[in-house]
Design a protein around this ligand. Structure first.
Ligand SMILES: [Zn+2]
Ligand SMILES: [Zn+2]
Length: 136
């Protein structure tokens, strides 16, 4: 059996990502940082082990490094042309790429397993599904 490959890209298409196999986790986060990062009421991201990720057009990416309240530093990559966030990686670089779910081509089939920082969830948002773990 061949592993499934799913494709993601920034809005203008200059940065492309191919992910092989299944992700580590699919999560929705309601924290303030993720809201600002995504510009939306919450952010949804898909984490893949680095070995399952291939990127193209990375020369066009820009990086912003940020240390959050948790004390963890991560590198946030975004397209230098269209501004789409394309992935972020916690330091050191041995773990995973977190890729915004909305960058994946239609038909990806990702469903969140986790909804976190629900204490910051907008009051009109509801994340549903029997398999979802909810965390404050
Ligand atoms: Zn772009
Ligand atoms: Zn967050």
């Amino acid at each position: 059996m061949t592993d499934r490959v799913r494709h993601a890209a920034c809005r203008c298409g200059q940065i492309r990502i191919a992910c092989t196999g299944e992700p580590i986790r699919v999560s929705v986060c309601h924290c303030r940082e993720c809201k600002a990062r995504s510009g939306s009421a919450f952010a949804a991201q898909v984490r893949f082990p680095a070995g399952q990720v291939r990127t193209e057009g990375e020369a066009n990416a820009r990086m912003w490094q940020y240390t959050g309240d948790s004390g963890n530093t991560a590198d946030f990559f975004f397209c230098g042309t269209c501004g789409s966030g394309v992935w972020y990686r916690a330091r050191p670089y041995h773990e995973a790429y977190a890729i915004p779910l909305g960058n994946f081509a239609p038909g990806h089939g990702f469903v969140p397993d986790y909804s976190v920082y629900e204490d910051s969830m907008e009051p009109w948002v509801s994340i549903t599904g029997d398999a979802i773990e909810h965390h404050d």
